[in-house]
Design a protein. Sequence first.
Length: 204
Amino acid sequence: MSLLLDKKGVTIAILMGLIILIFSNIRYLVAMLVFLFLAVIATKYRHEKKKSMGIYEHERGWINVLSNGVVPTFLAILSPQIGGIPYLCSIAAITADKFGSELGVLGGEPVSLENFKKVKQGTSGAISITGLILSIAGALFIGVTAILIFNITPTKALIIATAGFVGSLVDSLFGVLEEKGIGTKGTTNLICSITGGLVGYLIA
């Protein structure tokens, strides 16, 4: 993780991990660690090509950590009242977004959600078939992880994956505004995690 986060990012990540552990239990922390592990793999995968495309970020700062982690942390605090599904759905959403943005850029022909015209790889507010498939894969991975860690049913795992994928789609929609200078990657990440958690809460 330290290979991808600066000092402030590492500090905030540790604090959120402690909060998750204190207010919920070890299973919730493991789910977050699975996301972090997958995020490292997705970010590092073919990083030389990403560098040549001008879209590789070696270090993430505290804003990135906070925008991805604050909602799951809050949902972990609320888990005794609302259960663990919203938390897992939020994790699934940020994982789906990470897979779509970090791996989806390596293939496919992205189109803007604003006008459905072809755009260059890495453009905010754009999607590709490859990116969508990888987003689904990321969300499903958290669903399967939830089966193993939380002993939930496949039906609930599918709910988690669905909520995660919806969250990543909403992230892309708000990416259109980001591309226009309205908002940042941090705000779209935040909206992504909120959407995943909210959809999970409403469905579950």
